[in-house]
Design a protein around this ligand. Structure first.
Ligand code: SF4
Length: 348
């Protein structure tokens, strides 16, 4: 199979339309950080009091991508991804860069605004790479992505059956977000077959958790939580259910269908109104009968920090145990959190 070039995705809210990238003939390639490096170069451009995850991504981007990455789409997730786009344009060596303005509101004006910007993305891709993106290609790739979403939803359910650990699932979603999507379908089908035969691990000692919060792309962090007695049986994360919540409508106008899909899925802390985010979390916590909710904020992640008092109050009203933890994007720092997690495990 011919190796496809990649378009990197810098997005804190998984709102980037992978169908459009696929229709343009590229592999969508979500950018992840590396919590084992220090963002020394990035700190020359961004104050150290800004979100560590985005500084880490900038550090990797300054070091350079391999030749397969021919462009970057930055999608408005929070004001970090928004403002840092200008910095990336100055110091990251990639020819094609596009800022996709995913709206913060969810009304009809916002839908129109998003559709316009998705159409502008198509125009810019066509002009820059001298290609044509057809409606047929978009429909074909909506189907492909829907197949992936459906497989991920089915595989995700094995978490609550205690057959699949939260960390293994997190690793699977990450792999899908960087893989050629035909390969991803094969990987997921093979995993599904394997899971059908797998026996549940011991259920009795694990505290069942709903995990929410900032961009959490380090699978080691999920593994760390597990080592302290938790099992993440459900989440609303970008490397998680937000990526495959439901399917894109395959019958209507493809661009409108993609826009509607992204505006109807669980919202990020950066979007308005907050109660919609809580409604999803409340529903998941009750439906999955979790023992508790853990909300993780990357250090200096303002959207999640602002959400915390509201979520704390609402979960208290529901009498669902809730833990908020701020984490530094650095593996060494995880160990310092063990007391807080262990104390929470004891009270739930
Ligand atoms: S972790 Fe928070 S501050 Fe950082 S990019 Fe994500 S939403 Fe923005």
């Amino acid at each position: 199979m011919k190796k496809m070039k990649k378009i990197g995705i810098f997005d804190s809210g998984v709102d980037t339309p992978e169908e459009i990238i696929l229709a343009a003939g590229f592999t969508p390639y979500r950018l992840f950080g590396d919590p084992e490096i220090e963002p020394d170069k990035a700190n020359e451009h961004i104050p150290p009091t800004h979100c560590g995850w985005t500084r880490n991504l900038l550090e990797l981007a300054i070091k350079g991508f391999n030749n397969d990455v021919v462009g970057i789409i930055t999608t408005h997730g929070c004001d970090r991804t928004n403002r840092e786009f200008d910095i990336w344009k100055e110091c990251v060596d990639v020819d094609f860069m596009y800022f996709l303005n995913s709206p913060r509101k969810l009304d009809s004006a916002a839908l129109k605004f998003f559709i316009n910007d998705l159409n502008e993305l198509i125009i810019q891709l066509e002009e820059h790479f001298n290609i044509k993106i057809t409606e047929e290609q978009l429909r074909e790739n909506i189907k492909k992505m829907n197949t992936i979403r459906k497989l991920l939803r089915e595989i995700s359910n094995y978490r609550k059956e205690m057959v699949l650990s939260g960390s293994e699932f997190h690793g699977i979603v990450k792999k899908v977000q960087v893989s050629n999507k035909d390969d991803a379908v094969d990987i997921l089908k093979a995993k599904q077959e394997e899971l059908r035969k797998r026996q549940p691990f011991s259920k009795k000692d694990y505290k069942k958790i709903l995990l929410t919060g900032s961009d959490l792309d380090d699978t080691e962090f999920i593994r760390y939580i597990e080592s302290l007695g938790f099992q993440v049986i459900i989440d609303d994360l970008g490397v998680g259910t937000k990526y495959f919540w439901e399917s894109v409508d395959e019958t209507g106008d493809p661009i409108e269908a993609i826009a509607r899909y992204h505006m109807n899925k669980p919202i990020h802390s950066t979007k308005f109104p907050s109660y919609k985010r809580f409604e999803v979390l409340r529903r998941l916590a009750i439906e999955y009968k979790v023992d508790g909710v853990i909300n993780i904020a990357q250090k200096f992640c303002e959207p999640v920090l602002y959400d915390h008092p509201y979520l704390k109050k609402k979960f208290k009203e529901l009498e669902i145990p809730y833990l908020f933890v701020e984490v530094t994007y650095n593996r060494e720092s995880y160990k310092q959190l063990s007391t807080r997690f262990s104390a929470f495990a004891e009270i739930i």
